[in-house]
Design a protein. Structure first.
Length: 138
C-alpha cells in the first residue's frame, strides 16, 4: 500500500513509514514549481497536486487544510489521487470556538455520528453530505 503525507516530518510520518510499502511527502513552497524538488523537498500544493490519478491508498494531513485558500479544491484533489477504497485522514484546529468535540465515522456507505455536533458550519456539513466519499473515503 502507498501513502502520501502532506508534510515532511512528524509522528504520523514515522508511523506511515513503518506500515506502508511506500510513503511520499511534500511541503508547499510557493516560490517553487509544483511537482519539483526544492532544496531536496518535493513541492506540492493540495489545490493542484501533480500526482497521477489513483496514486495512493491513504493520504494524511495534519493541520494543513485551514491554510488552504480553496479547501474544496484540496478535497477534490485528494479524492482524485486516492485509489478506490482509499482514505483521506486529516485534522484541522477549531479556532474561536468553545471546546467541543464531534466524532464521526464513515462506514458501510453512510455517516455515523457518535456525538451530535452543535458547532458544524452549515456549508461544510452540506459539502460533507454531498461529497462524503470524496472527503474521507474514496
Amino acid at each position: 500500500m502507498d501513502a502520501y503525507e502532506l508534510s515532511s516530518y512528524g509522528s504520523i510520518l514515522k508511523w506511515l513509514r513503518k506500515h506502508f510499502r511506500s510513503v511520499s511527502t511534500s511541503e508547499y513552497l510557493p516560490s517553487g514549481e509544483l511537482g519539483r524538488l526544492v532544496n531536496g523537498t518535493l513541492n506540492q500544493g493540495i489545490q493542484k497536486l501533480t500526482f497521477e490519478d489513483d496514486s495512493f491508498d491513504i493520504l494524511t494531513s495534519n493541520q494543513v487544510f485551514e491554510h488552504v485558500p480553496d479547501d474544496r479544491a484540496g478535497y477534490r484533489e485528494s479524492y482524485r489521487v486516492l485509489r478506490p477504497g482509499g482514505a483521506l485522514i486529516f485534522s484541522v484546529p477549531l479556532y474561536d470556538t468553545p471546546l467541543r468535540s464531534a466524532m464521526r465515522e464513515f462506514g458501510m456507505g453512510q455517516w455515523s455520528l457518535w456525538v451530535t455536533p452543535s458547532f458544524m458550519i452549515p456549508e461544510l456539513m452540506d459539502h460533507c453530505q454531498l461529497r462524503s466519499s470524496a472527503v474521507l473515503h474514496a
